[in-house]
Ligand binder design. Structure first.
Ligand code: PRT
Ligand code: ZN
Length: 295
């Protein structure tokens, strides 16, 4: 299908985004757009919807179809798992990792088997990801038989269909419940924003605006706003722990010799920093979420 479809940006048109219709990526995709301040008209039971406060049209599709729709230019951008994207081998640009839908495509074997060297040689492996598995086997010089099945891959060893499986894993409980253990990672995956390769200037401009909002939301989600009280003679120690965006904000408290310090903390170092701040004399620590972070 040709790019620059009639309803894309230009002459009152809208940027078109493809997201999963139902499934594991649906809720997070809708929440992300919402956090970006993009309000969608009624999204339930629709093939597509649009926003009135951002020029965006949303197509709801099966995740497997999203790479092709974006490659063909039926949608300008899309949200899809890296696992599906790489399996489908479509020519699109990955423009942002979105941090949700995290999982890994992994090889798993019977939990009672010892995973010795060359274990996989000559084995029968069941998977819904034959392309990614073939690539992995080739790169690791393993000769094995790929048995492609479309769902419930985890039951394949139990019914004698395969010796090994190659499937998506997140918590690992499905493997555990089926008497399997994970032995190799084929691909680390998460949802990504992809873009058609031939967008025009106007389309690119709106993709950039969308991307700017997504990055601000992601940054805000990764950070917390922190407020604390500290004796003035401890402030320099506390400043070292809290660099903030530029430097912390300091306000005097009504009680002499004390100050209120405000700053931003990244989630990754959060608990460690809180302990260090307490040890440095901080009291009354408040931590609040940040809605957007524009730097
Ligand atoms: O209908 P449509 O084709 O759109 O949906 P789908 O059924 O193909 O996909 P869906 O909704 O199940 O998953 C969409 C995407 O979510 C996947 O392509 C991945 O990118 C991502 N994702 C993240 C996962 C998982 N985590 C996941 N755990 N997709 C599937 N699983 C399954 C896995 O296949 C296994 O059956 O969950 C089970 C394992 O989970 P744990 O937690 O027990 O390890
Ligand atoms: Zn699917």
């Amino acid at each position: 299908m040709k790019n620059n479809h009639y309803s894309s940006i230009g002459e009152g048109g809208k940027l078109r985004i493809a997201i999963q219709k139902t499934g594991r990526l649906y809720d997070d995709s809708i929440v992300l757009l919402k956090e970006c301040g993009i309000e969608l008209r009624n999204v339930k039971d629709r093939l597509k919807t649009e926003s009135d406060n951002f020029p965006l049209e949303v197509f709801f599709l099966r995740d497997d179809d999203i790479p092709q729709y974006v490659e063909d230019g039926v949608a300008d951008v899309g949200i899809v798992g890296l696992n599906v994207l790489h399996e489908k081998c479509r020519e699109v640009d990955i423009i942002e990792e979105l941090g949700f839908g995290k999982c890994r495509l992994a090889l798993a074997i019977n939990k009672n088997d010892e995973y010795v060297a060359n274990y996989l040689q000559g084995k029968k492996i069941a998977t819904s990801y034959p392309v990614l598995l073939q690539k992995y086997l080739h790169e690791n010089k393993i000769t094995a038989e790929i048995h492609e099945i479309s769902g419930s891959v985890e039951i394949a060893p139990g019914i004698g269909l395969a010796d090994v499986i190659c499937d998506l894993v997140s918590s690992g409980s499905t493997l555990f419940m089926n008497g399997l253990k994970e032995v190799e990672t084929v691909l680390e995956s998460q949802a990504v924003l992809v873009r058609n390769k031939q967008l025009n200037e106007e389309q690119l401009k709106w993709v950039e605006k969308l991307l700017f909002r997504i990055r601000s939301v992601k940054k805000a989600n990764r950070n917390k706003y922190i407020l604390l009280n500290a004796p003035n003679d401890q402030l320099s120690k506390i400043f070292q722990l809290l660099p903030g965006m530029r430097s912390p904000t300091v306000l005097p408290l009504a009680e002499e010799g004390w100050s209120s310090v405000h700053s931003v903390l990244s989630e990754d170092e959060f608990w460690e920093k809180i302990e260090q701040l307490k040890a440095a004399g901080a009291q009354g620590i408040l931590v609040v979420p940040i809605e957007k972070m524009i730097i």
